[in-house]
Design a protein around this ligand. Structure first.
Ligand SMILES: [Fe+2]
Ligand SMILES: [Fe+2]
Length: 355
């Protein structure tokens, strides 16, 4: 148990809309528990990394409708039934993830007392909302009218997905219902797990299809979402070590959260993809998810949870070129036609393994 002066059962202070007696000087500025006026005083900042990150997030700006997904309309019917089932199911799950982020980040943001951090979170909220718009664009363009509602509402009929959504939402809801400092820290960690662990088996699925010359437009969209998500991962990799200095927490509890997250993630991926799709097996899903968990733990200063050597590397390095988040891939190209899109890649994120 790491002990700090903060009281875990006390309410988490929410910043007032305007606090005329606040003090935004750099010396007084802290990420939480500060005395901010709540004005965006960005001339002098304490957390310079946040200014660079915000700039990078802005440079990542993109519009889903500018990416051509017409090939995918035909490809969709060339997928096997299992591949189509996984395509629909993963889109449904990702819609949930971005919906819940759009809804929850404002709760976390409302207690932040450093405006440069608030700025990053405001941009994150905007991006999560736009990711939902990109799913809508894919669903409306690729999936036939009569199936669209089923994709959105897959969680109503799929027990595994429903349990998964309920668990993720529960960790956030706990803080909303009981806004204690302890629950804030848990919600922050849950956020890191969502950003750092929950998207990636889904991304891998689309990169896998692209590597087999299927659904290139969808993969292009996921590359852009992937790039945004990595900037969010970076944000929480900065915030969580700071939070670990401030909030009372238990390292065992963090490991428990990670282990449970890995278990749920593998269960869901095995359920929706399983061993049906070439290149993705239950074993590679387990290896990849545990590898990601180890790397996310290391990034916040904790030892890896899974010590077997196989969890030290990704089984999907051959798909990295499709992720397009490598430093050398500054300009995006459609997989098969080498049509360069108008989007310039940010150089801020040098690769998905380095986040
Ligand atoms: Fe997102
Ligand atoms: Fe995100």
């Amino acid at each position: 148990m790491v002990v700090s002066t903060v009281n875990p059962t006390a309410p988490m202070p929410v910043t007032p809309i305007f606090n005329p007696t606040g003090n935004d000087s750099v010396e007084n500025r802290t990420i939480w528990f500060g005395n901010t006026t709540n004005l965006m005083q960005l001339n002098d900042v304490r957390y310079n990394w946040a200014v660079g990150l915000y700039q990078q997030m802005r440079e990542n700006f993109w519009i889903p409708q500018r990416l051509d997904i017409t090939q995918d309309v035909t490809d969709y019917w060339n997928l096997t039934n299992e591949e189509r089932y996984a395509f629909d199911g993963i889109l449904s799950y990702l819609t949930f993830l971005d919906s819940v982020q759009t809804c929850n980040i404002p709760h976390l943001k409302s207690s932040v007392t450093a405006p440069e951090i608030s700025l990053c979170m405001a941009e994150q909220i905007s991006q999560e909302g736009m990711h939902n718009q990109s799913y809508q664009y894919m669903i409306e363009t690729i999936i036939p009218t009569e199936k669209r509602d089923k994709v959105y509402e897959f969680w109503r009929t799929d027990r595994v997905l429903k349990e998964r959504c309920e668990y993720i939402a529960m960790l956030y809801q706990k803080y909303v219902d009981h806004p204690t400092q302890e629950n804030y820290f848990i919600a922050l960690m849950a956020d890191y797990l969502l950003e750092g662990l929950y998207f990636y088996n889904g991304f891998i699925y689309f990169y896998n299809l692209a590597s087999r010359m299927l659904m290139p437009g969808s993969a292009d969209i996921f590359k852009m979402i992937n790039r945004d998500e990595l900037s969010h991962v970076r944000l929480y990799q900065k915030l969580i070590p700071e939070a670990m200095q401030v909030f009372t927490h238990s390292t065992d509890q963090i490991y428990e959260m990670f282990d449970k997250a890995v278990e749920f993630e593998c269960r869901w991926t095995n359920h929706i993809v399983g061993n049906n799709i070439l290149g993705i097996t239950e074993s590679s899903t387990e290896q990849y998810t545990k590898y990601l968990a180890n790397s996310r733990l290391r990034a916040i200063g904790l030892d890896p949870l899974y010590t077997d050597a196989r969890y030290g590397k990704s089984p999907y390095t051959h798909l990295e070129r499709f992720s397009d988040t490598k430093k050398e891939a500054h300009t995006k190209a459609n997989f098969f036609e080498a049509t360069v899109t108008s989007y310039v890649m940010s150089s801020g994120v040098s690769g998905w393994d380095e986040i």
